[in-house]
Design a protein around this ligand. Structure first.
Ligand SMILES: Cc1cc2nc3c(=O)[nH]c(=O)nc-3n(C[C@H](O)[C@H](O)[C@H](O)COP(=O)(O)O)c2cc1C
Length: 192
């Protein structure tokens, strides 16, 4: 199913066509080359002072990490995301070298995630981000120090037909139109 963005002027096709499906092909896998490509795209994202605070946890469907991550997801996300070929957890280093808080790391991690997502769609994969997980459980499952925080879990895989979800709330969300706030409502000041 495609749900292209409706835009007032043309934007890059990947940006227009990217969306977050929940129907993934349970037989599809992701090659090491493609997985590497996604992480390279994230690695080359810009960051404040080039600190590169992002770190990654990689999991392929049915491996030990995948089951560990799945176990921390909220029920709704556990219902649809295990058909993804891989999970990647985006972890952020939230402290500076002098132990002060580094809140900009969340912004940097978001940029890395955006880079990764665009590369994924370019390679024929869909990405669905999830903040719906038990953050402290995931942090402790992977032994993260208090200076690191798991920000988001990405479900990555080959998109499947919406009908594969069966009937119910998840299917309804899959076929619902994508919506955005109008552009003129986003502009605080200045004339377009
Ligand atoms: C940081 C972040 C967290 C999200 N968490 C969840 C989640 O836990 N479960 C879920 O089903 N979707 C989640 N989403 C997906 C959003 O609901 C989705 O991106 C948004 O509705 C816009 O839809 P689109 O990506 O198809 O354009 C998340 C997205 C982001 C960026």
């Amino acid at each position: 199913m495609k749900k292209p963005a409706v835009t007032s002027v043309d934007i890059h096709p990947i940006l227009a066509q990217r969306w977050s499906p929940r129907s993934f092909d349970p037989t599809a896998t992701i090659s090491t080359e493609d997985l590497t490509g996604l992480l390279e795209a994230a690695r080359w994202a810009p960051s404040a002072n080039n600190v590169q605070p992002w770190r990654f946890i990689i999991a392929r469907r049915n491996d030990e990490n995948f089951d560990k991550i799945k176990g921390t997801l909220v029920g709704f996300n556990q219902a649809w995301s295990p058909n993804a070929a891989a999970y990647i957890v985006i972890v952020a280093n939230m402290k500076n070298e002098d132990e002060t808080d580094r809140s900009i790391s969340l912004f940097d991690a978001g940029l890395a995630t955006a880079h990764l997502s665009v590369e994924a769609y370019h390679r024929g994969y869909a990405v669905h981000q999830m903040a719906g997980f038990d953050h402290s459980a995931l942090n402790s499952t992977f032994g993260l120090p208090s200076s690191q925080d798991a920000v988001v879990v990405l479900a990555i895989g080959k998109q499947a037909p919406a009908e594969a979800l069966g009937e119910g709330a998840i299917f309804e969300r899959e076929v619902a139109p994508r919506e955005r706030i109008a552009l003129d409502e986003l502009i605080i000041s200045g004339i377009l």
